[in-house]
Design a binder for this molecule. Structure first.
Ligand code: 4NP
Length: 152
């Protein structure tokens, strides 16, 4: 199973989603799953994670220090079983790039609140990063459970 978490810059939300989902997958014995992240934009390609994401990850026992931001391309639409977009704008960008709509999920697809987007914390304060962490942690397990049972 190959899953790509996607946001805009690949420095704030999707790198966090990647390490959280990997931890949740390991907990479920799904450690053969390939989990990665990328951004739809190219502004931060080659850079590490935003220092505020690094800090919130560290606070919760996760290491983002080896992250290198990458841009998702139209050439890799067939390479992934699932794309998980952080918000509806990221999903629209993936669909415009040719992703199969049946293979694009929203990070908050199964959030009981009915909210669909993980708000972009880039231009806000530290609390936006803590909120992003909480939303990602709450929803990663739900998503993985769905994907693990898909097709069974
Ligand atoms: P991300 O946050 O999509 O969660 O990585 C952003 C990072 C950078 C920018 C926007 C959002 N930016 O405009 O540079």
């Amino acid at each position: 199973m190959r899953i790509l978490f996607v946001c805009l810059g690949n420095i704030c939300r999707s790198p966090l989603a990647e390490v959280i989902a990997r931890a949740e997958a390991e907990q479920r014995g799904l450690d053969t799953w390939h989990i990665a992240s990328a951004g739809t934009g190219d502004w931060h390609v080659g850079q590490g994670a935003d220092r505020r994401s690094l800090a919130v990850a560290r606070k919760h026992g996760l290491d983002l220090s080896r992250h290198v931001a990458r841009q998702v391309t139209a050439e890799e639409m067939e390479d992934w079983d699932w794309f998980v977009a952080m918000d509806r704008s990221n999903r629209a960008d993936l669909l415009a790039m040719g992703a199969d709509p049946a293979r694009v999920l929203l990070m908050r697809q199964f959030d009981p609140s009915g909210e669909l987007d993980v708000p972009d914390p880039y231009y806000g304060g530290e609390d936006g990063f803590e909120l992003a962490y909480r939303l990602l942690r709450e929803n990663a397990g739900r998503l993985l459970d769905y994907l693990a049972s898909y097709g069974r």
